[in-house]
Ligand binder design. Structure first.
Ligand SMILES: [Zn+2]
Length: 181
């Protein structure tokens, strides 16, 4: 099969999901990369650009431990405030384990998450046990990135302001979208 290259790295090709929206954590490579590079909402797939007056972007992470930090690499695309509010109310893992949200000023690309191969044996290097078992490799790691098959685009969050009141943000967003019509 042919290999697609983006950001100078070969990418995994995965079968398209069968109908409907992807479930949390099952976003496939193409959709994730497009969502990241175009800042599409990971929940509804719509553009987040132009939904806030200050041009910042909202990010949401699951887990009580996780605040969102400046400089933190992430493979989770942004969210609309309206979609985030729905998700924290109705998505059981977010409800149970908690969540953290932040408004972010800049989202420079950092690298990829993917499968890494040993240049000598050409064997797959075992990934971390947690999550999807993917290695995170920075674009600046020029040696390792040559042996990486990418599955996710990873960005960093810069200019991070933590958010706890999703209601207020969602109301602002709704007003902004109405005003644009
Ligand atoms: Zn959305």
């Amino acid at each position: 099969t042919e290999v697609e290259r983006h950001y100078g790295v070969p990418w995994m090709r995965m079968p398209a999901t069968r109908g409907g929206r992807p479930r949390h954590g099952l976003v496939h490579a193409l959709r994730q990369r497009q969502a990241m590079s175009r800042l599409l909402c990971q929940l509804c797939g719509g553009p987040t650009v132009g939904t806030r007056k200050d041009a910042r972007t909202l990010f949401l992470a699951a887990g009580a431990r996780q605040a969102l930090y400046a400089g933190e690499p992430t493979a989770s695309p942004p969210v609309h405030a309206v979609c985030a509010r729905l998700a924290v109310e109705h998505c059981p893992p977010l409800h149970r384990r908690g969540w953290a949200a932040a408004l972010v000023e800049r989202t420079p690309v950092w690298g990829v998450a993917g499968t890494v191969y040993d240049p000598l044996t050409l064997e797959r290097v075992p990934g971390p046990e947690d999550g999807e078992g993917l290695h995170r490799v920075a674009f600046t790691d020029t040696r390792r990135i040559r042996w990486t098959l990418a599955a996710r685009l990873v960005i960093t969050l810069e200019g991070v302001t933590p958010v706890t009141d999703l209601d207020a943000l969602a109301d602002e967003e709704t007003a902004m979208i109405r005003a644009m019509r």
